[in-house]
Design a protein around this ligand. Structure first.
Ligand SMILES: [Zn+2]
Ligand SMILES: [Zn+2]
Length: 108
């Protein structure tokens, strides 16, 4: 399903940079790994700079756990609002509550 988070596919969701030949954007599934099909099904996806924000730099979401969790928490709030889910609904569907800061501090 199309992203419910981001309508403009030509700008990076995180830094706002425009898509160009030298700055390609990737579709990022906000909840990946085992939850990837859930992200696909509910449109929990954003567009990110392939190099800077997605994969390779120190701030890239697949390289920076803190930034990744911040994005997951933001998108959780957006998804709950969009679908009218409670936190319990979100946990049942996606598998985890990302907005509870104390839970992820313990894991790090
Ligand atoms: Zn970016
Ligand atoms: Zn990704």
């Amino acid at each position: 399903m199309e992203s419910i988070v981001q309508k403009d596919r030509n700008r990076c969701y995180l830094c706002g940079r425009v898509r160009t030949t030298f700055n390609p954007l990737d579709e990022h599934h906000v909840y990946f790994g085992p939850a990837r099909p859930i992200s696909e099904r509910y449109g929990l996806k954003v567009y990110l700079c392939h190099f800077g924000c997605h994969l390779f730099s120190l701030k890239a979401v697949h390289n920076n756990a803190k930034r990744c969790r911040e994005l997951q928490a933001d998108v959780q709030r957006i998804a709950m609002e969009y679908y009218g889910w409670t936190i319990a609904d979100f946990v049942r569907i996606v598998g985890k509550n990302y907005t509870e800061e104390t839970t992820w501090e313990k894991e790090e």
